[in-house]
Design a protein around this ligand. Structure first.
Ligand SMILES: *Cc1c(COP(=O)(O)O)cnc(C)c1O
Length: 400
């Protein structure tokens, strides 16, 4: 008996036990019928999901405290000083918050936005057309970072009130240089407000808003923060935000009005996504416990390295030839073997509870390495991909 206890004590303090335990805990995040998502809206820890399994009154102090906690913690993660910046929560998904920034911050008189696009597939242009604002669009190839020389040319030769750029476009997964573009704006158009879509990167890729001259940033609750959808948020430089009072082209998406209400009472103007707020608070605590942006980014990097090495070994070719500037999501070309059919490949992986992303670029699919996934999940996915190729009669390694 004693020997058995001693054995267990030895085992329970060993690395193997730790691996077993954390693996077991993580597996519990997959309930029956649950899937591992290697997509753009990836999996969430069980504890974050559990945090939302209760009702809470929106007037309850616990709830308004949660909102306060979230608003402050977002600034911490963004490296933004609360003296200069604020965060505004907005119902809806990330795109709603993007539209809120656009409709709130472009001056009605002589407003003109420079849109730097590398593969957002018209998301911005649609909004700008509907909002009917003056704009210049520069389109860049979607398989490499935005070319700052072209941005410089444009900023030198025209006057803008706003500039929009995405930090990482999931179609390619490559990162754009926020700080370089921010510095150019400061140099040539210092009055212009710089707006960054960080929906794909916030929480895992370091960003210093102040140093990069960013005035408005949108982030999500899902993706790298690993919580449930339901709202999004804008981190805004306070002066710039308050300058926008009264110019919104939308009532629901008026960021200044939302900010004023939050400041006054830690309440949303309209029904808040209560359960999502509870989950998000828990997700932020887990983000900090893991070690913040650096640790989360490191986990995703490891995931991505393991994925890329394994896929390379099987002969899969990446869509984007860019060595290291990526770890959120990796797009792959469809293999050329005649037996390959994406629907079947996807379906067979799905039957094994492994969900990949169909890819935004033709003849490609993507595999996300963010979300509540770990190295052993990637290793298991690779094993499943190998099995599925075998089952489809596609010899590995691929020959083209
Ligand atoms: C996912 C994503 C979006 C869209 O966000 P929704 O939450 O679907 O509205 C926008 N921009 C980027 C960079 C994204 O990764």
């Amino acid at each position: 008996m004693f020997a058995a206890i001693q054995k267990f004590v030895t085992y329970s303090t060993s690395k193997n036990f730790h691996r077993f335990f954390t693996h077991h805990q993580r597996n519990m995040s997959t309930v029956k019928g649950g899937k591992k998502l290697f997509t753009l809206s990836p999996g969430i820890s069980l504890t974050t999901k559990q945090a939302m399994l209760r009702d809470i009154n929106t007037r309850d102090e616990e709830f308004t405290d949660a909102i306060k906690f979230i608003r402050r913690k977002l600034l911490d993660i963004a490296g933004a000083s609360p003296d200069k910046y604020t965060s505004v929560l907005m119902q809806g998904s990330g795109t709603f918050a993007i539209e809120a920034v656009l409709s709130t911050t472009i001056p009605r008189k002589a407003g003109k936005i420079l849109v730097l696009e590398n593969g957002s597939y018209g998301r911005l242009t649609d909004m700008i057309r509907i909002l009917a604002v003056d704009h210049t669009l520069i389109e860049f190839p979607n398989d490499r970072p935005i070319d700052v020389n072209r941005v410089e040319e444009c900023l030198k030769n025209d006057v803008f009130t706003n500039v929009y750029m995405v930090h990482c476009e999931p179609g390619s997964g490559v990162f754009n240089s926020i700080s370089e573009v921010g510095a150019l704006i400061k140099k040539y158009n210092p009055d212009a407000s710089f707006f960054v879509d960080a929906i794909c990167t916030f929480g895992a890729v370091p960003m210093d808003l102040q140093e990069s001259n960013v005035h408005f940033m949108v982030g999500p609750t899902n993706k790298c923060i690993e919580s449930v959808p339901g709202f999004a948020y804008v981190i805004a430089q306070k002066d710039r935000l308050l300058n926008c009072k009264g110019i919104a082209r939308s009532s629901c998406l008026d960021l200044v009005a939302e900010y004023e209400k939050l400041e006054k009472s830690n309440q949303f103007r309209f029904t808040p996504p209560t359960h999502s707020i509870l989950a998000f608070k828990q997700a932020l605590i887990e983000h900090e416990t893991e070690g913040g942006v650096a640790a989360r980014g490191q986990r995703y990097k490891t995931n991505c390295e393991v994925l890329r090495a394994g896929m390379r070994k099987m002969g899969f070719k990446e869509l984007v030839n860019d060595a290291d500037n990526r770890f959120i999501i990796t797009p792959y070309l469809h293999p050329k073997h005649p037996n390959f059919n994406f629907q079947e490949f996807y379906g067979r992986l799905n039957d094994k509870d492994q969900v990949i992303y169909s890819g935004k670029v033709a003849s490609s699919f993507s595999i996300g390495t963010m979300g509540h996934i770990f190295q052993d999940d990637i290793e298991y996915l690779l094993k499943c991909i190998e099995d599925v190729c075998n089952d489809m009669g596609i010899p590995l390694p691929l020959s083209d």
